[in-house]
Design a protein. Structure first.
Length: 384
């Protein structure tokens, strides 16, 4: 048995799949033992049904079963060595091995009964030998087919695990790439604003923007792009971003938060709202000479979380109601992120609601952390 175990391990240690050799050998031992144990019990029940006392046959039958276990392990090892071949070749070799194994087991069976238990031995006739031979072939070949299917199942499961890992790695890389597109885009706009403030002589404002920008970037760069945040934490981050915009556009912006208390702990991808708010500020003020009102709201629709960012311009160019303009870089980024993070339940709908009113709505599955990990709620109003 030790030699056979070593052969199994050597065979499967060379296998590039993620099947552990020792674990595989242990599983095969259990399956083979169970297979012949069931055959032993069924044979005993058949003897009882035929009026034969199974106690008279049990010792010799047990010895034959142990021999069959060893033969089956050898067949399994040979078939395992052929796992790289096509299934037809494995089945053909299994059929040949089953005939040879049955012949060996039949010989052992008759010899043991003839010498160990001659009183209960079966007459050595062609009919009895053929019956025992074909019975053994059916058992060994049945086991071989099962074993081929078992190895194929292991192979498929290993491929599925590797494919799942590859998909997760690809998704993680995509999410990281989309996440890191946010900071350069925002940083470019803010640095331009700082240059503008310096050129206008507003050095104190420029200093405050630099300090706020430094704090915001430090927090965002320290974040894990694949880690979800509580909505309250995401809103707290956006309050720092809006503080920068407040310095840039003075009193023209007012922001109102409308988030129910029960949704503040909902988990969302980090910085998922930042491009939406940036888009509201950029396009809302760009199309108006008056004030801009931004409303950030959250609602629950069954098991889905909906986050909306509305911007209403007081005057200036109006939107064409009913049309949906193409998404810019920021909104397209958000749409890709939420669809990658939630393939079956993530979406972004952005477009005009009415004249001077634009809305972007994110939809994603509603997820909440454990009660002991829930963060503190964000303030009611981010920027006034």
């Amino acid at each position: 048995m030790t030699v056979l175990a070593s052969l199994y391990r050597n065979t499967f240690d060379m296998d590039p799949s993620d099947t552990d050799a020792a674990e595989f050998f242990s599983s095969v031992i259990k399956l083979v033992t169970g297979f012949w144990a069931v055959e032993f019990v069924i044979t005993g029940l058949l003897w009882v049904m035929l009026g034969v006392n199974p106690v008279d046959y049990a010792p010799v039958k047990l010895a034959v079963s142990l021999v069959c276990v060893l033969i089956t392990l050898v067949i399994s090892h040979i078939v395992a060595m052929m796992r790289a071949k096509n299934i037809a070749a494995q089945v053909f070799v299994s059929a040949v091995l089953s005939v040879l194994a049955s012949a060996a087991a039949t010989t052992v069976d008759y010899q043991l009964f003839a010498y160990a238990k001659p009183a209960v031995g079966v007459e050595y006739t062609l009919e009895n030998v053929c019956y025992t031979l074909f019975y053994g072939v059916s058992l060994f070949f049945g086991w071989s087919c099962f074993f081929i299917a078992y190895m194929y199942n292991l192979k498929v499961r290993a491929q599925e695990r590797r494919l799942a890992i590859s998909r997760e790695e690809a998704l993680a890389a995509k999410m990281q790439a989309l996440y890191y597109q946010i900071n350069p885009h925002f940083l470019f706009n803010t640095l331009n604003a700082i240059v503008g403030l310096i050129e206008e002589g507003a050095s104190s404002q420029a200093s405050r923007v630099v300090i706020s920008l430094s704090s915001f970037l430090r927090k965002t760069l320290e974040m894990d792009p694949l880690r979800d945040l509580a909505l309250s934490e995401e809103l707290a981050l956006q309050s720092e971003y809006l503080a920068i915009e407040k310095e840039r556009f003075s009193d023209r912006i007012s922001v109102t938060l409308d988030v129910p208390e029960e949704l503040r702990a909902a988990l969302v991808p980090s910085l998922i709202l930042q491009p939406l708010i940036e888009n509201a500020v950029k396009h809302g003020l760009g199309r108006s000479t008056g004030d801009l009102k931004i409303t950030i709201s959250a609602s629950q629709d069954e098991k889905r979380l909906q986050l909306s960012v509305d911007n209403v311009s007081e005057a200036g160019e109006t939107f064409s109601a009913g049309s949906r303009p193409g998404l810019g870089v920021g909104l397209a980024n958000v749409e890709e992120r939420v669809k990658a993070r939630f393939p079956e339940g993530g979406s972004l709908i952005a477009g005009p609601v009415s004249e001077a009113h634009f809305r972007a709505t994110l939809t994603m599955p509603l997820q909440t952390p454990a009660a002991d990990r829930r963060p503190h709620a964000a303030s009611e109003v981010l920027v006034t």
